[in-house]
Design a protein around this ligand. Sequence first.
Ligand SMILES: [Zn+2]
Length: 264
Amino acid sequence: MHLVDVHTHLDHPQFEKDLLDVIKRAKAAGIVAVITQGVDHERNLALLELAKLDPMIKVAFGMYPLDALNVEVDPELAAGDDYSRRTKTSFADTLDAIEEHKDAIIAIGEVGMDFKYSKDHETQSANFRQIVRLAKRIHKPLIVHSRNAEKEILDILEDEQYFHVDMHCFSGSRKLLERGIKLGLMFSIPTNVVRNQQFQQAVEALPIGNILTETDAPYLGPYKDLRNEPANIKEAILKIAELKRMDPVEVANAIYFNYQKMFL
Ligand SMILES: [Zn+2]
């Protein structure tokens, strides 16, 4: 079985001590690709070094929507999130660096819009539109984060006619999910699908051809309060197989096919 984790954060401080063991366990579980996400310019560049640890590790350069705004997040709103949210580099310079390193990266991510932690919808929309145009120009798939901004994201993608997109952790309405399916978008289902009803319903609604798997590690694990890691993808495969009434090997093969179509 070839398993894939299309959205993870291997540079997260929670992996500092035992990253090599995490990689070993991922391989033992059948993981062949882990796309680790950049959230700002400095971390994007550091990921190129991290990827040298193993060919399984693929790099996406991105800009977390709040970093792109260069705003400090209200610590109360961001409770439990241990990433700092201020980058030294401007949004424009980050986009330039994405273009400069386009041959070293597999995708642009994570990028998107976050209306929960910032009310500046206008700047976020303008930034996201610029990123979509860059992706289109350099032919890279987008891995999109959206929080309470699903409709606006779909509007911009439609406007720009760019659908080479994975919606990470999509939590929009059923109506918006169906709109995304019609546009041909991919939806990466996180490992907490084993215990999260919303993602279970999304799996039921999604054709298997639109499904990818992700961990968002160290977050969104199958076991509450335990650090997540790529090896846990196998739990998501089992749950998706159960929900789709398919054989787990058949599910894994279909998702690997989707991965190849999307990223290779
Ligand atoms: Zn993420």
